[in-house]
Write a protein that binds this ligand. Structure first.
Ligand SMILES: Cc1ncc(COP(=O)(O)O)c(C=O)c1O
Ligand SMILES: [Zn+2]
Length: 415
């Protein structure tokens, strides 16, 4: 049984039943799930969590669904790696990578969809839909397939092949919209009014966004039940960035960790940086942008949680990376070459931002810092294919190999 009690407006705090409902009828503020924290505090312990499954459902008591009836394809409980080599390269002595590339559909979106899809089914929906920059569509398609539900997923036309195939393999209705993500999102908001479907990031968004908290829970548990000093999180709508902190705060409310003092830093690509730009300008009011970046998964020009992200940047004394496409590619390569992790372009945004924030002195060298790598590199091979050292091609003889190997090293030496 869930400890969720209501949907509460973030602005006026009016409460609503736990239905498919995402805005306050009174002030149009966004609503979010709230819980009975006193009961959580009495009943949930570190040990009760540790006895749970090796998936995000070990945090079932902090999620707004009946976990026994959940659609579970194994999302969550991903590795937290001590990144000594990358830390050395960036002058950070206490750096960790949360590797969320290893989820069932290779991005953190499996967390949000596991929760949203499960809640949608509980509420009686038979069709799952979404507006996506790619990863979300993959995850909705996969979860719907496993649940025997129908999926209708909407994406912009310009996505990478891996992101398109990564949906099509599960046989959803994939709709390519001639426009950018913000056009897709606007269309889906209209369609949600017409069709009785669960659009995971529209009408059931309050449940969807709760899934991102599990990244905060996991990191705290994996650090031995403590909050990190500093997080670096990629931002599209800003939801993940806001919810990781909510996860840490909820663990403290339940008496499981000390009050978090975690500084929350964000990461955006210069070609789509409404939040980073507003932060640099010192305002809480961002201006929407028209995206133009290789970090397509983060290409949301009008971020739903942009305002709350800016408030959190201010309140937690965080910083915000703002990195070019060249820096993104360099970030992807640096992560792969130092830690053996192949992240997608969003991961490049995170690593390049981590570097920028370390160089600026925003991240102190001894802070326990966690950088979140939220999607896998094979989904965005187009970004790096022309930027890698080519293979040596040889005849199957020792001489041919010796020649090619020596020449390869010669070029390296000259370079
Ligand atoms: C790989 C990846 N990382 C991060 C994000 C950011 O998510 P949010 O919209 O919660 O800011 C996305 C969003 O699509 C994503 O695909
Ligand atoms: Zn309200």
């Amino acid at each position: 049984m869930s400890y969720a009690t209501a949907l509460r407006c973030r602005e006026c705090h009016r409460e609503y039943p736990l239905a498919a409902h995402h805005v306050c009828e009174f002030c149009f503020g966004p609503v979010e799930v709230t819980y009975d924290y006193d009961r959580l505090r009495r009943n949930v312990t570190r040990e009760s969590i540790e006895r749970g499954p090796a998936s995000l459902w070990r945090y079932r008591d902090f999620l707004p669904v009946d976990a026994d009836a959940a659609i579970d394809i194994g999302a969550g409980y991903t590795p937290l790696i001590r990144a000594k080599n990358l830390g050395k390269a960036l002058g950070l002595n206490n750096l960790y990578i949360k590797n969320d590339t290893v989820n069932p559909t290779w991005s953190f979106k499996d967390r949000v969809v596991a929760v949203a899809a499960s809640r949608a089914r509980e509420l009686g929906f038979q069709k799952l839909a979404c507006a996506s920059t790619g990863n979300l569509a993959n995850s909705v398609s996969a979860h719907a397939a496993a649940a025997g539900m129908e999926a209708v997923v909407f994406i912009p036309t310009n996505l990478e092949l891996g992101k398109v195939l990564g949906s099509l393999i599960y046989a959803p209705t994939l709709v390519k919209v001639r426009g950018n993500y913000d056009d897709v999102n606007r269309l889906c908001a209209e369609l949600a009014g017409q069709y009785e479907w669960a659009f995971v990031n529209v009408n059931v968004r309050p449940y969807y966004s709760e899934g991102s908290k599990t990244l905060g829970f996991e990191v705290a548990e994996q650090l031995g039940w403590r909050a990190p000093d500093h997080c670096v999180v990629p931002m599209a709508s800003g939801s993940l960035y806001v919810k990781i902190r909510k996860g840490l705060e909820e663990l403290a409310k339940a008496g499981i960790i000390d009050e978090p003092k975690t500084r929350m830093s964000g990461a955006q690509a210069t070609g789509c940086s409404p939040i980073a730009t507003a932060w640099q300008e010192g305002t809480l009011n961002f201006r929407p942008q028209k995206p133009d970046t290789i970090a397509k998964s983060l290409a949301i020009g009008n971020p739903a949680d942009g305002y709350y992200s800016l408030v959190q940047l201010r309140d937690t004394n965080g910083g915000c990376g703002n990195v070019t496409d060249e820096e993104i590619i360099a970030g992807m390569k640096l992560l792969a070459e130092t830690e053996g992790i192949f992240g997608e372009t969003a991961g490049g945004v995170t690593i390049a931002s981590l570097k920028q924030l370390a160089e600026r002195g925003t991240i102190h060298p001894d802070e326990l810092t966690v950088a979140f790598i939220t999607g896998a590199g094979f989904k965005t091979v187009e970004a790096v294919v022309d930027h890698l050292q080519p293979a040596l091609e040889i005849d199957p003889t020792i001489e041919s190999f010796d020649r090619a190997y020596a020449a390869g090293h010669l070029t390296e030496a000259i370079a």
